[in-house]
Design a protein around this ligand. Structure first.
Ligand code: HEM
Length: 221
């Protein structure tokens, strides 16, 4: 939900001109809203990353990340689909695991670049006080610096900060585009897997239980 909200507010930020949002206050308010949801998202992400080390077998990164023999797993899985007898899994299928790994990578990049931009743009924690201190003119209290207001700032330092935050914003934006594309492709394939193979993948998202009609390949007892 936080990701959907971030995409939603992010898109409004991107198309603010077209939406008729032009005042600097509205621009800052949108950013602040996006950042506050961003914090909830970042904490969630952190919890999920930790869960990947202490959680159940199927939630662990050691299970999810493609490791040795991954190519073989994929080709066996593909073959089984072709033969009309698809392998079933309690956890994720090999291609699903690849998708999750890539999405996780994107989410980490988004969280890191977002937190940096939160600091450079509106001096929000955890890095904001550091950036405010950097742009403050000598003798000016960094706490008095207001976003998008040159009062009390050093022009050269502000320029340097702009040069630094530009590429970070680009990384953030292109990661967001890639994420939107991947989410779209991912949903398409999840639905396709459900329709072609059964296995209750979508049911499992709500109930935590898959309905399998064959012995899953990753079941150990
Ligand atoms: C799934 C996670 C996220 C997505 C999909 C996302 C998406 C976006 C999008 C589409 C934009 C508009 C880019 C632009 O105007 O150039 C944006 C900007 C921004 N985001 Fe995020 N974001 C995410 C996470 C975060 C987080 C965790 C933070 C910080 C806590 C954050 C802070 C920012 C800031 C400060 C901007 C303004 C940067 C700029 O104007 O270039 N974002 N985000």
């Amino acid at each position: 939900m936080t990701v959907i909200s971030l995409i939603f507010v992010g898109l409004i930020m991107l198309y603010k001109k077209e939406l008729g949002i032009s005042s600097i206050d509205a621009k800052i308010a949108l950013k602040e809203l996006h950042i506050i949801i961003g914090y909830v998202f970042a904490v969630n992400l952190l919890v999920r990353i930790v869960w990947g080390f202490i959680g159940n077998q199927y939630a662990r990164w050691s299970y999810i990340f493609p490791g040795k023999g991954f190519i073989k797993e994929v080709s066996h899985y593909k073959m089984s689909i072709k033969e009309g007898n698809p392998q079933q899994f309690i956890g994720h299928n090999p291609l699903g695991r690849l998708a999750i790994s890539f999405i996780l990578f994107l989410l980490i990049i988004l969280a890191m670049s977002g937190i940096i931009r939160a600091g450079t743009d509106v001096y929000y924690p955890p890095l904001g006080s550091y950036f405010a201190e950097y742009v403050a003119d000598s003798g000016v209290n960094p706490d008095t610096i207001i976003p998008y207001n040159p009062t009390g700032t050093n022009e050269t330092k502000v320029k340097e900060l702009k040069a630094f935050k530009g590429p970070i914003g680009k990384i953030h934006l292109y990661s967001a585009y890639t994420l939107m594309f991947i989410i779209f492709v991912h949903i398409f394939f999840v639905v396709l897997t459900e329709v072609r193979e059964g296995g209750g993948l979508i049911t499992a998202m709500f109930t935590g239980k898959k309905v399998l009609n064959r012995k899953p390949l990753d079941f150990e007892q």
